[in-house]
Write a protein that binds this ligand. Structure first.
Ligand SMILES: *[C@@H]1O[C@H](CO)[C@@H](O)[C@H](O)[C@H]1NC(C)=O
Ligand SMILES: *[C@@H]1O[C@H](CO)[C@@H](O)[C@H](O)[C@H]1NC(C)=O
Length: 417
């Protein structure tokens, strides 16, 4: 594509005169580009041989039985906790000999308790988690050796191991005491927040890979939409003013751009949603306080440049995915200028971001496919764990030594599960 035509089209966009013709010129699917050096290459690391994971065998009431009660848990955006378990069971990094393990994994499905509408309720999670830890700590010697410092847990709930969906309550609770030395694999990622502890591994939410694959359109389809977004702007039930939900960023998008022809935004979820993303140049990701919206995954998979509106966010696998290079970051306070910000990005920068997004390893890292594939999100979690090895000697406690307060936390959490 000729840059000159493109700029001409962009000027039309600016004037918002002939929307379709302008956007047609914008960005057809470009060839792929790799980032050489650490960022691009880390994604392709093979974790096999770099770590060994021991999977505790727990009674099925902690995992399989819970899933049997509600199969919807397999398609939920927090389903990674289930798929990670299945993946590890047949992974070559699994060891059946705990004496040689670098990491210990406890398969407990704490988010598989859904309301009739499919929203996870975390109220039982702390008791369930405590119960699982009590079990492993009395049946095996490994927990007490480090009080969890060589253990990892998948806690994909809204505020991770704070186990509450309201931020205020989550902050008040803090990370469940028993998990404070463990490595947490979670979707929640917000810098300087009590629910994100140092050393956690931020992962993408689960988005159904087969379903997304089945909506792929020909690669060279023009991207005729400039900015695309589908989703809620206001959480009417809980927050009619729109100040809290997504910290007001979504409400600001709607108020400023609902009538702007460059912005294809709506609350209606069309059947062509996935196809539309493949026809868009920019996809808005107003993520509020968490990267757990599947929107980010969808944007990357469909090669639509993610416009990330979420101050202080920690994005999935940020030590391996060059988010600054593939996405556009807009401060929450700058949402009213989104149109100017996006139309001022030089075409060559847009094209470069598109080439980087076209790189299959970026897409792969965002997905939890069945069966697993090299470089997918499962492998990125393992890479993240492998990069933390060897463990520092200081994690091992003296016999009988206790650092965590095993009875801390709200009284309700101490009840047996
Ligand atoms: C680990 O410590 C807990 C709490 O002190 C204790 O109840 C448990 O028996 C210990 N586990 C082992 C295997 O000794
Ligand atoms: C542990 O926490 C409980 C509840 O907050 C508290 O009563 C107790 O004194 C604490 N124990 C230690 C050893 O700090």
């Amino acid at each position: 594509m000729e840059i000159r035509n493109w700029i001409f089209a962009l000027i039309l966009c600016h004037a918002a005169l002939v929307l379709t013709s302008c956007a047609v010129e914008l960005a057809r699917s470009p060839p792929t580009e790799r980032i050489s050096g650490s960022a691009g290459d880390v994604l392709e690391d093979d974790p096999v041989g770099r770590l060994k994971v021991f999977v505790y065998e727990l009674p099925s009431k902690y995992n399989k039985k819970i899933l049997q009660k509600d199969q919807r848990c397999l398609n939920h955006m927090f389903a990674a906790e289930i798929y990670m378990h299945r993946f590890l069971l047949s992974s070559p990094v699994r060891t059946l000999n705990p004496a040689e393990a670098d990491w210990f994994y406890t398969p407990v499905y704490t988010t598989c308790d859904l309301t009739p509408n499919g929203l996870p309720l975390p109220f039982k999670s702390p008791r369930m988690m405590r119960s699982a830890i009590q079990l492993i700590s009395s049946n095996w010697p490994y927990w007490n050796r480090t009080e969890g410092a060589d253990h990892f847990f998948v806690v994909p709930h809204d505020f991770g191991a704070c186990f509450h969906y309201q931020e205020e309550k989550a902050i008040e609770r803090g990370i469940l005491t028993m998990l404070r030395r463990a490595t947490l694999v979670q979707t929640f990622g917000q810098r300087n927040h009590v629910c994100l502890k140092e050393g956690s591994i931020t992962v993408p939410p689960y988005a159904p890979p087969q379903k997304m694959q089945s909506h792929l359109i020909p690669e060279r389809t023009p991207r005729a939409i400039f900015v695309y977004f589908r989703g809620l702007f206001y959480d009417v039930g809980n927050d009619p003013e729109g100040g809290y939900y997504a910290r007001g960023a979504r409400a600001a998008v709607w108020e400023n751009f609902k009538d702007n022809p460059l912005f294809d935004i709506s609350t209606e979820h069309p059947t062509t949603y996935y196809e539309d993303m493949q026809r868009a140049v920019f996809c808005l990701c107003p993520l509020g306080w968490a990267p757990w919206s599947p929107r980010l995954v969808e944007a990357v998979v469909f090669g639509c440049i993610p416009v990330i509106i979420a101050d202080d966010i920690v994005l999935p696998f940020a030590d391996a995915i060059p988010w600054e290079e593939i996405g556009v970051f807009v401060d929450e306070k700058d949402v009213p200028n989104l149109d100017t910000i996006l139309t001022s990005i030089p075409p060559e920068i847009i094209l470069r971001k598109q080439r980087l997004l076209a790189n299959p390893s970026m897409k792969q890292a965002m997905l939890f496919p069945q069966p697993a594939q090299p470089g997918d999100a499962f492998h990125q979690v393992l890479n993240g764990l492998a990069r933390k090895l060897p463990h520092d000697k200081s994690i091992y406690l003296a016999p009988g030594e206790k650092v965590l307060n095993w009875t801390a936390g709200p009284l309700g959490d101490l009840k047996p599960w």
